[in-house]
Structure formats: C-alpha cells, structure tokens
Design a protein around this ligand. Structure first.
Ligand code: GLY
Length: 347
C-alpha cells in the first residue's frame, strides 16, 4: 500500500493500493467513527462497485444507504444536488454522519459540494474510480456543480477525510476514458516532473497499466505539493491549469460533445507549447500525446477559441493567466491582458 499525506487545512491521506476498494470499510474506520454513511454514485459505477463497498462498510459496523443518479456531466447540476439533499434528509443524516463519493469526477465534485453545504458541512470520503478522478479531482478539495452560466461555477473548497484509489477499478474503463485521464497525467509530467513524463512516454495506452500505481502516486504527489502551497487557488495552483485555458475553450467550442476533457487538455498543452517553447519540447510532447490517442491540435480556428478563453473563470478583470512549460518538468505562470493574450495566440 502507498499512502500520501495531504497537509492542507484539514489534513488527510490518499491510499493507493490494488484491490483496496474491498477493504474500504476498514480504511474509513481508521479515520472516521463508525456512524451512518450515504454512498453517492452514478448508474455506470454503482452496478460495478456499490455492493463491494456496502459489504465492506457493513463488516466494519457502518450502516450505509446508496443514492444513484444518471451518469454524465449533465447530471452535475443543482437539481441532482437538491435530490441528494432530499435523500440525506429522508435518511436522517446528521453532522456526525458522512458521505462517500463512489465514481468519477462528476460524482466526486457533486458529492463534495453536498458534503460542504449539507448541515453547513459534513465529512466525506472519495473513492475515485476513473483515472482523471484519481489523479486530479479527488485530491485538493475543489467541489462544484455546473449552472447555466458555465461549468463548476457554484462550489466550495472542501477537503475529503480520506481518498481511496484502487487502480483495479481502472481496468473497467474504456480506452477513451483511460486516455481522458492520461491527458492530465501527461500534464503533471510537463509541469513538474520530467521523470514522470519519461515514464509515460515510454509506455502507451495498451501497457500503461504495468506502471499505473507508480504513475498515479507520482501524479497525486505533485498535486499534493501544489495544493499544500496554495490550497485556495490564489497563485501556484494555477500551474495545474497547464493546457486548460485553450482546453476549456476547445471543449466549449465543441459544446462539450464529442471531445473529452483529457482530449481538450492534450490539444491545449500542445498548442501552447508549440507557440511558447522550443521545437524539441513541443515535438516530445506531441509524440507522447499521440501515443495515448489524444489530439495535438484542434479544428477550431484560434479566432473562435479566443472569445471562450476570455470567458474562462481563471480570468481576472482584464487579465488572463496562462501556463507555459519552456522545459519538460518546469511550469511558469504568465499574466497578460486579454488583448495581449489574443495577439500572442493569433500572431
Ligand atoms: N484541477 C485543478 C485543481 O485542482 O486546481
């Protein structure tokens, strides 16, 4: 078993171990008293793992109920959240009880926000079952739902009590979902760790499982360091957005259909790196991105992407921060006016 301690305002461990989902009750009992829990999951993940989780909780004296909603980003909204709150009331959940997010990023984000706001805050545990959720969204305490005005616009910082990563759960992912997470894994290598980048570049989608635990550990450890320095996302944490300014614009241009987050981030990293780093760095990044079946660019014309970039929530007043990696393993934050950003990108 590998364990990473995340020393944020509310410290917690991330446990990484193959098969550990079947002993989640034991792991949870080490950090939370055996009260009542509600597992929140979606209709893709619940049929695969809810019984295993329920059985393990029961063995440790934790009684649990299960709330399941339809999978997909379209469920990450105030209406699902309201249904979750109604369910928690129905089950008489109190402040000493807790929630368990069992699923990918959507499940983790909405469960975290429910935990942050129900009764002004109750504990929650993350059991991420997608690569993207294991290496990114389950760690660091960002929780949110989408509203008409945009994705993740309503949320809170709420650190979990524990994160349980079982890489066996990744074996049920489709290649597209696995590649989605690989976009973020490549990002971690680019921003902070050339060794991690080399490890990823030496593999491909079909054999990355051989080094999955090592890779997941390295990614989460980078996220830990960044989040410990800047828990509330006021500065350094921005480096986690490498590839995301253009990536979010690509996702929005496609109306969030036919393109995954990881595909958009991969394209965003390549576009920025091609513009702002040496050819050798851009070539290595593109080669790695291609190995995971991810795109190195976008069909969307830059002039149509830029209006989406200036709507990005990372924008502050008239300025925009974008992240550049002049070398593999080294991220720099650059802050410019929106007009300067547009001219740099169109030039
Ligand atoms: N996913 C980016 C962050 O947690 O800041």
């Amino acid at each position: 078993m590998k364990k990473i301690r995340v020393n944020t305002s509310h410290p917690y461990d991330v446990v990484i171990e193959r098969g550990c989902i079947s002993r989640c009750g034991e792991l949870i009992s080490e950090v939370l008293p055996p009260k009542k829990a509600v597992i929140i999951s979606d209709d893709n993940v619940a049929p695969l793992y809810a019984d295993t989780v329920l059985r393990s909780l029961e063995k440790c004296g934790i009684s649990a109920d299960l709330f399941v909603f339809s999978n997909g980003e379209q469920s990450k909204n105030l209406s699902t959240l309201s249904n979750i709150f109604d369910f928690l009331c129905e089950k008489n959940i109190t402040r000493s009880d807790f929630l368990i997010a069992l699923g990918g990023g959507v499940v983790g984000d909405i469960t975290g926000f429910a935990a942050a706001s129900f009764l002004r805050g109750i504990e929650f545990v993350q059991i991420p079952t997608s690569l993207l959720a294991q290496i990114d969204s389950s760690v660091g305490g960002k929780t949110a739902v989408d509203i008409k005005g945009g994705k993740n616009l309503v949320g809170a910082f709420k650190q979990p009590a524990l994160v349980i990563c079982d890489s066996n759960t990744l074996s049920t992912l489709t290649p597209e979902f696995l590649a989605d997470g690989m976009g973020e894994a490549i990002k971690y290598g680019m921003i902070r760790d050339s060794r991690l980048f080399d490890l990823i570049a030496a593999h491909q989608l079909s054999d990355i499982d051989e080094v999955m635990d090592e890779m997941v550990y390295a990614c989460i450890n980078i996220k830990r360091i960044v989040v410990e320095h800047d828990e509330l996302d006021k500065g350094e944490r921005m480096i986690l957005n490498f590839g995301h300014t253009i990536g979010h614009a690509i996702e929005a241009w496609h109306n969030y259909t036919g393109i995954t987050h990881g595909m958009a981030v991969a394209a965003g990293m390549c576009i920025i790196t091609r513009r702002f780093a040496d050819k050798i760095v851009a070539d290595r990044l593109e080669e790695c991105v291609r190995k995971y079946g991810l795109p190195t660019g976008s069909d969307a014309p830059m002039s149509e992407l830029l209006p989406f970039c200036s709507k990005d929530k990372k924008r502050e007043a008239a300025s925009i921060s974008y992240i550049v990696c002049p070398e593999i393993g080294d991220a720099q934050i650059r802050k410019v006016t929106v007009a300067e950003f547009d001219s740099l990108m169109e030039g």
